[in-house]
Write a new protein. Structure first.
Length: 375
């Protein structure tokens, strides 16, 4: 009768060491490919969006690369968290699909042992996410806001895009240039429509360049052009030809630097009592902790029956991640609005996911034990 329930073999230290190295190395190899795909997709989407803004004249073309660099640093914590989650999920799913998990279980490696190599693989990435979230991301947001303010303070000429009709913020002028060089501040084939009281003035010139006066004023110096002035609907227009004409360009005052919670340092947020600052601090702490929780979630979700539908676990992973991510955003907004206390707002979603992970692990462990007993 005892032969019907044989003693479960125990894995030797050498086998456990081999097992941990194999799982960690497979996760690392999968993470390289996953990161390349996720980073390429997400960054390319934001890059195309910036290019569209630049093409329509809503963003300075020479600032696209800098803006994309700051945006990439801002997105890196989320991308890395998704990378280690998907890499761990892919690794465990492949082991189930190729029946390697059966071999590990037969050698005395229980399901809970998979947590150790996964955490060993994920810990450096979690520390990197913490550094990016607590230190680098606020700096990137601050530099991005400073660049936006500098672009907003540019004069109306340097903000235009070649080949696009650009209206100034006051709506008093409309510019069109065929080409514009940031290097030497020169323009070619210039068209300017301006409102001066009840008069409309249209200026066309073959070329132009920007000069700065001693007092800091900027002038657009137009050469070889004509100026048409008159009232709309009237046939009486005054036409003036000129070889050179100076047009004063009024620069916009530099905007005050934004003091948003996202741009504040972590030390400032830690000592602040404002709800918005506390919510931002919690969000920065959410990112590394969420990455760790997702890696643990990959252990029960990695199960796949080779003889059944292989996409069920992936669909379940996407569903749980969507609910988890949205729940973090909702509770964080509630903390910022004062509808939820900071500590419950920080711990509630993570504890709920930890409970789900424990239930899934218990269910899968019991299922594996029953299947081995039946065998």
């Amino acid at each position: 009768m005892n032969s019907a329930n044989p003693t479960k073999p125990a894995a030797t230290p050498i086998l456990r060491s081999l097992f941990c190295r194999k799982i960690a190395s497979e996760c690392a190899a999968a993470a390289l490919g996953v990161f390349a795909v996720l980073f390429g997709i997400i960054v390319t989407a934001h890059f195309v969006r910036l290019l569209n803004r630049a093409a329509s004249g809503g963003f300075a073309p020479d600032a696209v690369i800098a803006a994309m660099s700051f945006q990439s640093l801002n997105l890196l914590p989320v991308i890395i968290a998704l990378t280690i989650f998907v890499a761990a999920l892919i690794t465990l799913t492949r082991n189930y699909r190729d029946s390697e998990m059966v071999v590990w279980f037969a050698c005395g490696v229980p399901l809970r042992t998979f947590v150790v190599p996964l955490l060993r693989f994920a810990l450096p990435f979690v520390l990197l996410i913490a550094v990016l979230s607590l230190l680098v991301r606020p700096w990137a947001v601050t530099r991005s806001q400073q660049m936006e303010a500098e672009l907003a303070s540019r004069d109306e000429i340097t903000a235009i895009a070649p080949g696009v009709f650009k209206e100034t913020r006051g709506g008093e002028k409309i510019y069109f240039v065929e080409s514009f060089s940031n290097f030497n501040q020169t323009l070619s084939e210039v068209f300017i429509r301006s409102l001066e009281g009840d008069q409309v003035a249209i200026t066309v010139a073959h070329s132009g360049h920007i000069e700065r006066a001693a007092n800091g004023d900027r002038f657009l110096v137009l050469t070889d052009g004509r100026r048409y002035e008159g009232a709309p609907g009237s046939a009486r227009y005054r036409v003036t030809r000129f070889e050179s004409s100076d047009l004063l360009v009024q620069p916009y005052e530099k905007q005050a630097q934004g003091g948003s919670a996202k741009s504040r340092s972590t030390a400032e947020l830690w000592t602040s009592e404002r709800l918005a600052d506390l919510a931002e601090l919690q969000w920065r702490l959410h990112l590394p902790l969420a990455a760790l929780m997702l890696v643990l979630l990959a252990v029960p979700l990695g199960f796949v029956n080779p003889r059944a539908n292989r996409s069920v676990n992936l669909l379940l992973a996407v569903l749980i991640y969507a609910v988890y991510s949205n729940a973090l955003s909702i509770t964080n907004s509630w903390v910022a609005q004062g509808r939820l206390a900071p500590l419950p707002g920080f711990l509630s979603v993570h504890l709920a996911l930890l409970l789900v992970i424990g239930m899934l692990l218990a269910w899968q462990t019991n299922r594996l034990r029953l299947s081995r007993g039946a065998a």
